[in-house]
Each structure stands twice: as structure tokens, then as C-alpha cells.
Design a protein around this ligand. Structure first.
Ligand SMILES: Cc1ncc(COP(=O)(O)O)c(C=O)c1O
Length: 470
């Protein structure tokens, strides 16, 4: 039986909500992660195809036993890895409500469509983009960047990409990002057919920002070699250190060289709410990606792409079969991106952005940035750590060090693994200037000063257990 009576649905729903409320109550005290037992891993991986029906209440019990106790960890206040935030609890309920309605927000005259238009207008206003810009919600930053660069490709091929592909281009097109640009830019360049051989990774300055002189020189060198520079994909918050490229200078160069100016703000774009001066020039971008499932605390998935020239965005993706044509309503979102059937992602934004308000978000983001500064101060004050990079946002890169230990890369890799396994806190590593460093990113409204001490103590304690000479 697929359908449930309203009473059965209510009972199961209460069971599910109770489970979530218990997790919420425990999240501060539980370890960030706990190891999955080998037998559970095997059981989860190798379940037989269910041929016959099962009782939903029993299934929820199995879920409660086997799944939530082994989370990724990002709801914990001591989760510092990657850029994965906890979800706003109201956003979790919004996911349930959205699934309950289950519209396809491809477009058309129903409430969900207008809610997406409304939240996109809010996001454009925050990012200083005009209301006339084209925009859609996407699965995340990677797809938002891909959609934006797809519009760039359409414009830079004079629209012929859709019919001719790259077959009639006279010179290979070149795209520029920094050595710190996110991997999804390279993926997009590859998927869109430019080829990663034509993606230039421009060196960065001491603050890990794209070096403008090097960019200018590379563009000139490529032109001199008969190539066609078409786009700079700048970062407003790199994943490694939270660096923000010199957006205004890049915008000037893009105007002078007739390049498309794209900004990847998936991690850091929303920091404009707190430090607008760092983002000067973002308002001049042709396209922009941001990720509400990072710093707006939306449950995954929720990315967003905006393109100044809405018509170019529509021309890049619009393909309306006759059975879908509806010229009376607003243009369909499916004409502005890749997907046809689209989920009701806008509902979580609509509810949580009203719950918190822009002022509230400003406080939440500032809280993360202040904590990052505090972590950096703690690191500076200790002999057993060294600070490697402290971007303007909320990422800190650092190393544990101990007298007599030569292989600091190996030591820090081992410490990250130990801390992850033991679960008091969770952080990851990255590579900067050929060095392996610990990286702590704070996009977490639950993290407190005390959690920072727990993190540093967990690393130092694990470090103290490593025999000298190991
Ligand atoms: C700067 C930056 N760009 C793009 C992405 C990709 O976003 P997503 O993981 O949502 O696809 C990330 C993810 O961390 C990021 O930090």
C-alpha cells in the first residue's frame, strides 16, 4: 500500500519529528562523528532489493537505530570541515512541507513559482544585483557556476554554440581563474567543452588573492598567441583560505579586454552582508554564484545563480516544447537553466529568511567571522601551533608543531585523521604552497569560544601522543 490514511501519516510524522527533536536536543553533547561499525557499514551497503512490503513505522525505527547516530557531523558545534553548515531547524521543516506539496517549480501559475521569484529578488538585493537580472535556484555552487559559465559560453560564441557547438570558432577560447579557484570552475570548463588546457590558473598574492598583474600579462600573452580570452572566474571567498579576489580591479580589466566577469561566491559571497567593502566590484559582475546551503544555513541542497543579462540567460537555455508553452505566465525557470522538473527549494529560503531577517543574518555571519579571529588569536598565543593563513572570512589554516618533529606534513595529516576518528571535533586538511595544513572553517551558528578550545586541545592532545621521531 503506497498511500497512508491521514491518521497513519500523522502518527508516522510525529515519530519522525520526535526523532529530529531528540537529535536537536543532543547535538551539543554528542561527538561530531562516531565511527560506523564494520557490520553496520556492510548491512547498509548490501541490503537486498526489497521485493515485498514493509511496515513504515518499523522502517522508521530501523532508520533511527542505524542512520542518525552516524551523521556527517555538520550539525555539531565542533564541525570545522569543508564548507558544510548545520541547517536552520525551520528549514528542515520547510523541506517536509515542500515535499508534502511536491510541485515542480519549472514555472507556471502556482504559489511555489512566485515564492521562488520573491526569494530570488531578496538574494539579488543582498548581492547588489539589479532586480532585472536573471536568476534561478540550483542544487549547489557547482551547478550554479556551471549554469553561469554556460551563459558566458553562449554569449561569447555569439549564440552559435547551441546550433554549431564549437565547430565554427576560429580561435580557442581561454578562461581565467586563480590557483585558489574552486575545482567546480575547472569541472564547468571541461563540461562546457572549453577544455582544461584553456583554463589559466593565475598565481595569487600573499593573501591568496588573484594577482592582477599576472592576470593582465597572461591575457596579453594568450592574445599574442592567437587565442581568444573570454572570461575571468574570480572568487569571492576561496574554499582554502576565504580570500576574496580584487573584484573591482578584475572588473576594470574585464571591461578593457571585453571579458565576461564571473564571480564564484559559493562560500563567501554572502559575507557582503557583514563586510561590503571587501566585495567592491561584485556589483559589476556579469554573473554570480552563491550557495544558500552554506552561509544562509539552508538544508542541502540550495545554490543560486544570477546573471545580469536575463535575456542572455534565457537564450542560453530556453527550449520550450509545444506541450509546455504558456505565454500568459511569467517566463518559466526551466528556460533559464538545465532542469525541467525543479523542486520547491524556495520554500526553505522564504521561511528561514523571514524568520531570521537580514539583520539577524548579519549577526550570524559576524559571529562566525569573530570566532575565526578568536581561533587565530588562540593559535598565535600558543607555542604548539603556527598560523598559516587567516582570510578575511571564517577560514583558518594552521599547523601543529613540536620540537624534534621534521615531517610536519605527515604529523598534521595524522592528527587530522586521529581527531576525526575520535570525534571530539571534526576538521580536515588542505594544501597551501606545497604544505599540508589543518583547515578550520566556521559556518556554524552553534559554535562557541569553548568549542574552539576543544578543537585545539583535541589536536594538541593527539599530537602529544605521537612519539617524537614518528
Ligand atoms: C568557493 C566554492 N565554490 C564552489 C563550491 C561548490 O559548491 P557546492 O559544493 O555547493 O557544489 C564550493 C564548495 O565548498 C566553494 O567553497
Amino acid at each position: 500500500m503506497i498511500d497512508l490514511s491521514p491518521d497513519e501519516f500523522r502518527q508516522l510524522g510525529y515519530q519522525a519529528i520526535d526523532l529530529l527533536a531528540e537529535q536537536l536536543a543532543a547535538v551539543r553533547d554528542l561527538p561530531a562523528r562516531q565511527p560506523i561499525a564494520a557490520d553496520l557499514r556492510g548491512r547498509l551497503l548490501e541490503q537486498p532489493l526489497p521485493e515485498t512490503e514493509s511496515d513504515p513505522a518499523a522502517l522508521l525505527k530501523v532508520f533511527a537505530r542505524d542512520v542518525p547516530p552516524y551523521p556527517m557531523g555538520n550539525s555539531s558545534p565542533r564541525f570545522f570541515a569543508w564548507v558544510n553548515s548545520p541547517p536552520a531547524p525551520l528549514g528542515v521543516l520547510a523541506e517536509l512541507l515542500a515535499a508534502g506539496m511536491n510541485p515542480s517549480v519549472a514555472g507556471g501559475d502556482h504559489a511555489a513559482t512566485y515564492i521562488e521569484h520573491a526569494v530570488l529578488n531578496w538574494l539579488k538585493a543582498i548581492m547588489t544585483f539589479p532586480a532585472s537580472a536573471g536568476a534561478v535556484l540550483a542544487s549547489g555552487g557547482s551547478v550554479a557556476n556551471l549554469i553561469a559559465l554556460g551563459v558566458m559560453r553562449h554569449v561569447k560564441t555569439g549564440g552559435s554554440i547551441r546550433g554549431q557547438g564549437f565547430q565554427d570558432q576560429t580561435a580557442p577560447m581561454v578562461i581565467y581563474t586563480s590557483t585558489q579557484g574552486h575545482g567546480c570552475i575547472q569541472k564547468a570548463v571541461e563540461i562546457l567543452g572549453f577544455g582544461s588546457a584553456y583554463l589559466r590558473k593565475i598565481p595569487v598574492d600573499s593573501g591568496y588573492r588573484m594577482n592582477l598583474d599576472a592576470l593582465r600579462a597572461q591575457v596579453q600573452a594568450d592574445r599574442a598567441a592567437g587565442l581568444l580570452p573570454v572570461c575571468v572566474a574570480a572568487s569571492a571567498g576561496t574554499v582554502n583560505t576565504g580570500a576574496i579576489d580584487p573584484l573591482d580591479g578584475i572588473a576594470d580589466l574585464c571591461v578593457a579586454e571585453q571579458l565576461w566577469f564571473h564571480v564564484d561566491g559559493a562560500y563567501g559571497g554572502l559575507g557582503i552582508l557583514v563586510e561590503p567593502s571587501l566585495y567592491k566590484g561584485i556589483e559589476r559582475a556579469d554573473s554570480l554564484a552563491i550557495d544558500p546551503h552554506k552561509w544562509l544555513y539552508m538544508p542541502v541542497e540550495c545554490g543560486c545563480v544570477m546573471v545580469k543579462d536575463a535575456q542572455a540567460m534565457r537564450d542560453s537555455y530556453s527550449l520550450v516544447p509545444s506541450y509546455l508553452r504558456d505565454d500568459t505566465a511569467m517566463p518559466w525557470f526551466s528556460e533559464f537553466s538545465i532542469q525541467q522538473t525543479r523542486g520547491f527549494k524556495a520554500l526553505k529560503l522564504w521561511l528561514v529568511m523571514q524568520q531570521i531577517g537580514v539583520e539577524g543574518y548579519r549577526d550570524l555571519l559576524r559571529h562566525d567571522m569573530v570566532l575565526a579571529k578568536s581561533l587565530q588569536a588562540k593559535i598565535r598565543a600558543r607555542d604548539d601551533f603556527e598560523l598559516v593563513a587567516a582570510g578575511p572570512l571564517s577560514v583558518t589554516c594552521f599547523r601543529y608543531k613540536r620540537q624534534g618533529m621534521a615531517d610536519l606534513d605527515g604529523l598534521n595529516r595524522k592528527l587530522a585523521e586521529t581527531v576525526q576518528r575520535e570525534g571530539k571535533a571534526f576538521l580536515t586538511t588542505t594544501e597551501l604552497n606545497g604544505q599540508l595544513v589543518l583547515r578550520a572553517c566556521i559556518v556554524n551558528f552553534r559554535t562557541t569560544e569553548a568549542d574552539l578550545d576543544i578543537l585545539l586541545d583535541a589536536i594538541a592532545e593527539a599530537g602529544g601522543r605521537v612519539p617524537t621521531g614518528d
